[in-house]
Design a protein around this ligand. Structure first.
Ligand code: SR1
Ligand code: MG
Length: 409
């Protein structure tokens, strides 16, 4: 996609001018535009992000670039802020205060303006700094339950769901990134792959020569593309969450696409597992095991509660799935399917964050290089084990038991 003629990458002066032309947002900041502070806080791989603050308020300003922010040679269409805006519009009514408030979208400049969360910390950063906020994981469980149930065929007429699927099916560039970076490149030689520690190479070679693992990844790749169960966040790692102890928001929905619900669950769980292996402290590791369990159980229970309450038929009508054993079996099968996807997608997320293109900072807090290598090898070996033995890792209890057994400390 070529930039529209009106597109240009905005600097601080142009950002002030744009916001000055938007009366509601200008009023939110207060004062004169010349007084507004524009502070770049770009952190992710893809976009420019600024906080713009005035005497009475602050907003977050995000603009797509015609390339990957961290690699200008990797050209990229601009439409990702469009999909993030549409995602926000779709899920905000479902998820209450668990995301940011949508304020403005500019289709020519590919600018999205949302509520600022400058009092919050990126969850990955907070975890690396040793914060433990037990409320966060269950809040993310609530978020995923409401966002996915509410955009699925379980809650909406098929006409609405098919229309939404068509809209988000056009999010081709970022879906391609996920397909390549998460589900393809790590399993073969590719120039985008890299890993810091030669000690990991034997595990990488084992992964790539394990038929069971490659079959599992092939199945996940097919499910990612062919199971449009609900509108996904699509990139629900701990860098896509901002939090305080009491207030948690999911941000950065630019990868939104219809897909299997376990994809979002698996991204989040996979990133908690990365934190688990990056934490030398035993108590912190225990806390992370609790977080993973708390996330899953809240998601599971809330999703089922939504489903059951939605299926309660008006008096005098008969809804065949609402009564009796068929309903329970149908629900149990669906939840088991989400569980299996969660485990599989957690595995591929861990692997790609260690040997693929886009690593995470979790292990950077470990000072000694041999210790970093050991921790990364632990995480990689665990993900490999899980993918190779999916038939034995079927429940969250199985997953957590194997995780605790892979604890190399
Ligand atoms: C080129 S984009 C690389 C990664 O950054 C995003 O946050 C997604 O996780 C993507 O896979
Ligand atoms: Mg992001």
């Amino acid at each position: 996609m070529e930039p529209t003629p009106a597109y240009r990458t905005l600097d601080a002066t142009a950002i002030r001018a744009l916001i000055a032309s938007l009366p509601t947002i200008a009023a939110r900041l207060g004062g004169a535009s010349a007084q507004w502070q524009v502070r770049e806080v770009s952190d992710g791989n893809l976009n420019n992000v600024f906080l713009v603050g005035g005497p009475s308020g602050e907003v977050c300003f995000k603009q797509s670039l015609p390339h990957v922010r961290v690699d200008p040679s990797w050209k990229m269409p601009l439409d990702r802020t469009f999909f993030e805006a549409e995602w926000l519009r779709a899920i905000q009514p479902l998820t209450g205060g668990l995301t940011t408030e949508f304020l403005h979208y500019d289709p020519d400049l590919y600018v999205l303006i949302v509520e600022s969360l400058s009092g919050h910390t990126v969850l990955r950063t907070a975890l690396m700094q040793g914060a433990h906020w037990p409320g966060v994981a269950p809040r993310i469980g609530m978020f995923v339950a409401h966002a996915t149930f509410g955009t699925s065929l379980l809650a909406r007429p098929f006409e609405d769901v098919f229309t939404a699927r068509r809209l988000f099916a056009a999010n081709l560039a970022l879906t391609r990134i996920t397909l390549d970076l998460v589900l393809d490149d790590p399993y073969r030689d590719h120039p985008r792959n890299h890993w810091h520690d030669p000690a990991l190479t034997p595990i990488v070679l084992d992964i790539r020569s394990s038929a069971a693992t490659l079959l599992a990844v092939e199945n996940l790749r097919r499910r990612f593309l062919s199971q449009p169960q609900a509108l996904l966040h699509g990139d629900l790692h701990t860098g896509s969450i901002m939090s305080t102890a009491d207030d948690t928001r999911v941000i950065d929905g630019e990868f939104a696409v219809y897909g299997p619900i376990g994809f979002d669950c698996g991204m989040f769980v996979g990133n908690l597992v990365l934190h688990y292996f990056a934490t030398p402290d035993r108590a912190a590791r225990q806390a992370t095991l609790h977080d993973i369990a708390a996330f899953w159980h809240r998601f599971h229970d809330e999703f089922l509660a939504l489903w059951i309450s939605h299926d309660t038929p008006p008096p005098g009508t008969l809804h065949p799935l609402a009564y009796g054993p068929a309903a329970d079996v149908a629900r149990q099968r669906f939840m088991d399917e989400i569980m299996a996807d969660t485990i599989g997608f957690a595995g591929v997320e861990i692997i790609r964050r260690i040997i693929g293109y886009a690593h995470t900072a979790d292990f950077d807090t470990i000072a000694a290089s041999h210790q970093r290598a050991t921790c990364r090898a632990g995480a990689l070996g665990f993900a490999y084990y899980v993918l190779e033995h999916l038939d034995q890792v079927r429940t969250m209890a199985d997953f957590l038991r194997h995780l605790a057994e892979h604890d190399g400390t």
